[in-house]
Design a protein around this ligand. Sequence first.
Ligand code: SAM
Length: 283
Amino acid sequence: MDLCNISVIRSLMADAGINFRKDYGQNFLTNRIIPEDIAEGCTDESDSLIIEIGPGIGCLTAELASRYKHVVAIEIDKGLIPILDKTLAEFGNVTVINEDVMKVDLKELVDKYSCGMPVSVCANLPYYITTPILMYLLESGVKFSSITVMVQNEVASRLIAAPGKSDYGAITAVLGFFGEARRLFKVSAGCFIPAPKVDSAVVRIDLFKTPKYTPKDEKLFRSLIKAAFEMRRKTLLNALSAKLSLDKEKIREAITSLGFDENIRGERLSTEDFVNLSDVLSQ
Ligand code: SAM
């Protein structure tokens, strides 16, 4: 069964008595090359447990199941579960969980299913909740090898942006703490049903095996990034002194001690710069 064929998708959904749910960000892939390429490119370790978020009717799930050891697919829409039971019936290595991923204890899930295997995430993410899901994954405490996600192309640009570029934002600086992101390929809006308004891209994040940065005060490091980008039109000095209960002079000294002009904006600082700034400020 070609799960990217529009007639197949429509008839599976009609048989189950359901329709596309906009509130769940349901845009299903209709070009079979795309799930093949995503599955192929999501990790280099075939002996992996793959966590998929939002399997839909299972087109990517099937590609993952035929390449990797075990797939755990988390789908919020209970209307899709009977379809997945049918479309994935031939795979003995898929577990479907009907749950909102944001309510799943990922550590517990991985403990239960990984059996010591490397664990990666692979998903065509629902666009209404892309950043919260990414943050949830990164902050879960699970040692993922990689996280490969299809997101809106403009979000992809944000994830891979360099400091100082207009796309660079809080998520870029935070992501840089956990790993390195690269865009694998773009996907045009016409490859989905229903077609979204914008094009998409697949981004793969390779997580650092051992932490690249170890700020003395991780909470402070995170709040510096948050404050800097909440007020990105202000200078870093003004943004931090407005948002954090730190003495302005102390912030000025910390910024200049790192060799930056006191009027620099936060968007010019790399993840490493934010780590260094938090270390100076935490003294
Ligand atoms: N993987 C399919 C594909 O590529 O054609 C469907 C991708 S579609 C963009 C997003 C999927 O995520 C939908 O199946 C939707 O129901 C599911 N979803 C939305 N919010 C979710 C959540 N909070 N937790 C788990 N699944 C979710």
